[in-house]
Design a protein around this ligand. Structure first.
Ligand SMILES: [Zn+2]
Length: 400
């Protein structure tokens, strides 16, 4: 009986400690008096737990705050250097990686260019990113509480495995275990659009919306969905495969084995092929062939007024608009965010896409939903992963 009571008291103290830590994080800078008011815990409990959090290095005193009548209070906040996360966004063209502190601020961000193609190169690239961070910040290693890796592909979130990534040439790849064995640090695998939407939601202006969609167009077409303020996970395996929505039953063969998927007409490869065809037909363009060209180059060319590039991207706007109209009819979101290279278009790409959606989606939905470009770039994915890892490991929501 006495043992049971002791365990409960310890649990209670842990719960109070978690409530206080989460509250300090929420308000960023707060006095012990306000902590007591917001958490409804006694001033003695607040004082004791805050002292313990300070001695553990999780919380720090920030200085003297404004008085609300009596003595001016000492403010406390999260110690940004208490913990770190390493976030890596892996694409077929390379990896962008960052060390991110407990306040979700990027301490260091770098990029490695490489053709991430197959298990061996992917593993080496990830290890190079992690080693580079540890080389630059050796004292941070023991404070890293998680490594987040975002990839395009079908993943098993729970077990950190990549089932299939056609663009990275991976199949049944036990990515989290490999990185955990190398570093001794827990590794979390994210679908690329999941990390991007989590970043836009937590660090962009999208937190005003509780139902919105993120669509990325790059090497394929990906999509994620925030539903009622939470990332929508249809299951622990895979996600929403917009790129494999059939748009033309007689269309070209897709990497998934089907024909006429949206990704066969919208994304980098079809855009390059289209550009190549137009150049051969004699369309005016600043390039003579498409060797070494990426979607981002076609966007840059279109911004300079390149006629062939503009033609290609106007077609991409129309075809993507059909896909977006389907998404609009299916999910009825408050907003659809378009990410990837296309959001660098400095002409009316978005307006052209919106016109197609208005033509094709149900009026009730398309007249109320907003469609816009993503606000944040790759840092969105890096921050989105760090935030999710911290909420999983440090700022856990209490389950009562
Ligand atoms: Zn497909």
């Amino acid at each position: 009986m006495s043992k049971l009571r002791k365990v409960n008291q310890e649990n209670l103290k842990d719960m109070n400690s978690q409530i206080i830590l989460n509250c300090i994080r929420k308000y960023k800078e707060i006095s012990r008096i306000d902590l007591a008011a917001y958490t409804r815990l006694s001033p003695t409990t607040i004082s004791s737990i805050v002292s313990e959090l300070i001695s553990k290095g999780m919380v720090t005193e920030l200085g003297i705050g404004e008085s609300s009548g009596g003595r001016r209070p000492v403010m406390v906040g999260i110690n940004p250097d208490a913990k770190y996360v390493i976030s890596i966004m892996l694409t077929p063209k390379g990896a962008t990686y960052a060390l991110i502190n407990l306040k979700c601020q990027i301490v260091e961000q770098n990029h490695i260019d490489c053709k991430a193609n197959g298990e061996s190169i992917v593993k080496d690239t990830l290890i190079n990113c992690i080693d580079d961070i540890f080389r630059q910040f050796p004292k941070c290693k023991e404070k890293v509480c998680g490594i987040g890796i975002s990839i395009p592909g079908v993943i098993d979130r729970k077990n950190g495995k990549v089932f299939f990534s056609s663009t990275l040439h991976l199949r049944d790849f036990d990515m989290a275990s490999i990185i955990k064995d190398y570093t001794g640090i827990k590794c979390f695998i994210f679908k690329d659009t999941d990390s991007l939407i989590l970043g836009e939601y937590n660090f962009g202006t999208c937190n005003r919306y509780s139902n919105f969609i993120y669509i990325i167009v790059e090497n394929g077409v990906g999509m994620s969905y925030i539903h009622s303020g939470k990332l929508f996970n249809p299951s622990f395996v895979g996600g929403l495969e917009l790129g494999h929505l059939t748009i033309d039953s007689n269309g070209a063969r897709c990497r998934c084995g089907n024909t006429g998927c949206l990704g066969t007409v919208v994304s980098e490869e079809p855009a390059i092929k289209r550009l190549e065809k137009l150049i051969k037909k004699g369309y005016e363009s600043e390039v003579q062939d498409t060797k070494g060209i990426h979607l981002s180059d076609i966007v840059a060319m279109s911004n300079r007024g390149d006629k062939a590039a503009l033609y290609v991207l106007e077609e991409q706007a129309r075809l993507l608009g059909i896909g977006v109209a389907n998404v609009m009819n299916m999910f009825n979101p408050e907003m659809i965010v378009i990410g990837g290279s296309l959001n660098k278009c400095k002409w009316n790409f978005l307006e052209q896409l919106i016109n197609v959606v208005k033509d094709r989606a149900l009026d009730t939905y398309s007249s109320t939903a907003e469609i816009r470009f993503a606000e944040l770039g790759e840092e969105s994915a890096l921050l989105g992963m760090a935030n999710e890892i911290y909420e999983n490991k440090i700022f856990r929501a209490l389950e009562l």
